[in-house]
Design a protein around this ligand. Structure first.
Ligand SMILES: Cc1ncc(C[n+]2csc(CCOP(=O)(O)OP(=O)(O)O)c2C)c(N)n1
Ligand SMILES: [Mg+2]
Length: 822
């Protein structure tokens, strides 16, 4: 969309042929002899050691799962263990060149990658840093366990630390890397550059792109590797991640040193199966997964199939691909061919593959083959390798014994500390900026055309005589959001914002008008129409330490980012043992006028998800104060905005919207109008219809309504509502969400339980009908109107004298609708 790029019809309509470059397949052909010039003997032997550590670690897990003991140590592990026995060369080859600044993300089958990356990090870190990391992690708790009786050097201590931290995590011990809250499929350890592994297939496919974005935008060293399975190439978020990672704008539109591709390698751990679905020949049509690169960009993503059964082939590929990334030519796509001998999980009886196939791959087992080549080429003799194996066996046994000992490795004590997990759901930080440095901007705030325009506006909707200013003159809700966001852009150098039509367009609803001039491309840009990746990348960006505002153009499109909103954004802070912070403010615009697929208020769905804060301001004053608070925090906030209200002036807060910075604490409802006879609790845009109803109540029926605007849905302080109820004894709750399953029902239930003695009538919920949202012209029959509120009060709370209802809120009608599910 940028005007700088002219799309010339004469050019784009020319006929021609698209020629796709070739994609190498298993091109590596060096012998061990040839490689001797490249590696030291110790390096080559270490590759063997690392593969063998993973093999024995997972063999131990397999034995525990299937036999309930390992070498005489009994243990029951009821949780998951997706093993990668057979895939060790792929893990070690992937990790060999990576240092702690290089981040890996993975999947449910990532024990091997954790160990390989950890071992590689230990090799590269000096003793001082290793000690520091071990001492600082959970105040040295893991270190204190593994250093008992240790007599070797720091590196070997660090290996024990790695094995123990990982196993304790798998066995859900509080002494694990993530306090036991991650477990087998989600274990990780960021000080070694091991970032979250994801039990949602393909979940890392877009999150890792956000991590690469973080590195690029904030000029951080290192690359990002997304370890995802071959079957994940059928997942939408992975394709969205690929598209997001390969956007042309990085090379064509981003400026200065920001020009260039994202530092990311999509490392497809291609074991040729999903659980039981064979990806080549059955569930996918790519034949060779590397082909996917050709679909994504003109470089074919530098795609290559690499023989992941040979660690040296993969190490060679990484050397070349990391060079490309250093030259800013990412992203890269690697199809790493491998095979798992173990089942998908230990209960898998491998009905989907033949015995012959497993045996054929076992007969060329990468560890045995590699070991043979070490001995055959006189790199190491058998006794040295046998000695290493014996050490590994002892190490794994020692690690297991320590981990299953309840005294050494207790689980989280939820009896003594029943709130412990609750305390980890949010980080509740208050941080001006995520990093100390000058934010990159194109002009001063005073020079900004939008800022100048806002300066001329009236920050309260009415003049001294109570007459409203013209719509043009009024400071609008969209101005409130803009002011908070622009303020933060000038405070926090890590802050970036993106979504669909965010840049030149100024955001679909003009909230960002003025930002395009103010910010360089890398801080504000258009995203592809990839709602999954828009949220997913923001999660990766946030967890690496950056603040970010992704945007979903219409609330209805939240479904497109379902996994990211349900399983990723809310869960990583607590699954990390509260080490990770997630300063992500997800803007979601709630529509109207555009029918069934553009006018849905899904805010209730989001409140059901533990780990998200949810706000829905209805006035410019609240919009600015809540956005400021959200952007000052370190938790994921879903910030709903109503399209009905973007142009609304400040009609409630006398004195108008302050020019200066202020925060409205998340969780505090606001009494918008005091009253004595009934409490009306509203969420979002219904505030204005509630006010209309309250006016009629007063004028026609002599009843004064107390209007409470929830403002925040999660967290929520019920005390002001209960205080109001003490006075009024009656409450009606209203919002634009469909009535069935609305969050209002949850609130009504709380009010009933907590304020029962003060209630003269049951709390009544008025939501939208349980229909599709009809066309604009019919919307008044769908969304709650002032007349509905009056009718519901009359029918269900207190009869209003001579009131004529126009809607049916009778018991019979409620029962009928419920029977029909409408
Ligand atoms: C979104 C999602 N769908 C299905 C599953 C169940 N599941 C777990 S692993 C798996 C197969 C994944 O195959 P692949 O991505 O190739 O990884 P691999 O297991 O081979 O390492 C499936 C279907 C899941 N965890 N997540
Ligand atoms: Mg697979």
């Amino acid at each position: 969309m940028p005007k700088t790029q002219f799309i010339n019809p004469a050019e784009v309509r020319k006929s021609g042929t698209l020629k796709l470059g070739s994609i190498p397949v298993n091109a590596y052909n060096k012998t061990m002899k040839e490689e001797l010039s490249r590696y030291s003997v110790d390096d080559l032997v270490r590759i063997y050691r690392d593969m063998q550590i993973i093999r024995e670690f997972e063999t131990m897990l397999d034995t525990i799962k299937t036999k309930g003991e390992y070498k005489g140590v009994p243990y029951t592990h009821p949780g998951p263990a997706h093993l990668s026995i057979g895939q060790e060369a792929a893990a070690v080859g992937m990790a060999y060149h990576l240092g702690v600044d290089d981040y890996i993300f993975g999947s449910h089958r990532s024990h091997g990658e954790i160990l390989a990356k950890g071992l590689s990090a230990i090799e590269k870190l000096d003793d001082e840093r290793l000690i520091k990391i071990m001492k600082e992690y959970f105040e040295g708790r893991i270190l204190s366990i593994v250093e008992k009786g240790h007599t070797g050097d720091v590196k070997s201590l660090a290996v024990k630390f790695l094995l123990y931290g990982t196993l304790a995590e798998i066995f859900a011990r509080e002494t694990g890397f993530n306090k036991g809250l991650g477990g087998s499929m989600h274990a990780f350890f960021t000080p070694f550059g091991i970032f979250p592994n994801n039990a949602i297939v393909g979940g890392s496919g877009d999150i890792s792109v956000g991590a690469a974005l973080y590195k690029k935008v904030n000029r951080k060293p290192g690359i990002v590797v997304a370890n995802i399975g071959d079957a994940s190439l059928g997942c939408g978020p992975v394709w969205e991640g690929l598209a997001f990672a390969a956007m042309d704008q990085y090379t064509k539109l981003w400026e200065g040193d920001m020009k260039g591709g994202l530092p990311i390698i999509f490392n497809i751990m291609n074991n040729q199966y999903g659980m039981g679905g064979q990806t080549s020949g059955e569930t996918m049509g790519y034949s060779i997964a590397a082909r996917v690169g050709a679909a994504v960009n003109r470089d074919n993503m530098h795609a290559e199939r690499v023989d992941g059964y040979n660690p040296l082939a993969l190490i060679d590929a990484y050397e070349r691909k990391m060079e490309l990334i250093r030259d800013k030519k990412g992203p890269v796509f690697l199809d790493v061919l491998t095979y798992r001998f173990s089942g998908h999980s230990p209960s898998d009886s491998s009905t989907y593959r033949s015995k012959e196939e497993i045996e054929a791959w076992e007969s060329v087992d990468s560890i045995a083959t590699y070991r043979d080549s070490l001995t055959e080429n006189q790199v190491a003799d058998r006794s040295r390798l046998d000695g290493i194996r014996e050490e590994i066996d002892a190490l794994i046994l020692e690690t297991l014994k320590r981990t299953v000992d309840d005294g050494t490795s207790p689980r989280m004590d939820l009896v003594a500390k029943p709130n412990l997990i609750g305390e980890m759901m949010f980080s509740n930080g208050s941080v001006d900026r995520m990093e100390e440095r000058e934010p990159e901007v194109n002009m001063t705030l005073e020079e900004n055309p939008r800022v100048k325009q806002i300066a001329k506006k009236e920050r309260f909707a009415f003049d001294a005589s109570g007459k409203p200013f013209s719509a043009m003159k009024q400071y609008q809700l969209r101005d409130g959001i803009f002011e908070a966001i622009v303020h933060r852009f000038y405070q926090d150098p890590t802050l970036i914002a993106y979504g669909e039509e965010n840049r030149d367009w100024g955001g679909a609803f003009a909230v960002y008008r003025g930002l395009t001039e103010a910010l360089p491309y890398h801080r504000l840009f258009n995203a592809p129409i990839s709602e999954g990746a828009i949220v997913g990348t923001a999660i990766g960006y946030g967890m690496c330490g950056g603040r970010v505002i992704p945007e979903i153009m219409y609330c209805d499109f939240l479904g497109r980012s379902g996994d990211e909103v349900f399983n990723q954004l809310p869960k990583w802070q607590s699954m990390s043992g509260n080490l990770i912070r997630m300063p992500v403010v997800l803007r979601v615009s709630v529509g109207s006028k555009y029918g069934a697929q553009h006018s849905q208020d899904w805010s209730s769905l989001v409140t059901h998800i533990p780990g998200l804060k949810v706000v829905f301001p209805a006035t410019p004053y609240d919009a600015k104060g809540l956005m400021n608070a959200a952007l000052q925090g370190t938790d994921p906030v879903v910030y709903f905005e109503s399209q009905r209200l973007y142009g609304t002036g400040e009609e409630f807060h006398e004195g108008g919207v302050p020019e200066e910075y202020y925060e409205i604490p998340l969780g505090e409802p606001d009494i918008k109008r005091a009253g004595d006879d009934i409490t009306i609790l509203t969420i979002g845009a219904t505030l204005y219809r509630v006010r209309e109803a309250a006016d009629v109540l007063q004028e026609k029926y002599g009843m004064s309504a107390e209007i409470i605007d929830a403002r925040t849905l999660v967290p929520f302080n019920y005390e002001p509502v209960l205080r109001s109820l003490k006075k009024t004894g009656r409450i009606l709750l209203v919002s634009d969400a469909c009535e069935r399953g609305s969050y209002l029902n949850d609130m009504a239930q709380h009010v009933t339980e907590l304020g029962f003695d003060d209630l003269d009538a049951p709390p009544v919920v008025v939501g939208s009908r349980n229909w599709i949202t009809p066309a604009y012209e019919l919307e008044d029959y769908f969304f709650p109107q002032a007349s509905w509120i009056l009718d519901a009060i009359h029918e269900r709370i207190i009869p209003l004298k001579n009131h004529q209802t126009t809607n049916n809120f009778t018991t019979g009608e409620k029962l009928r609708r419920s029977r029909l599910g409408v």
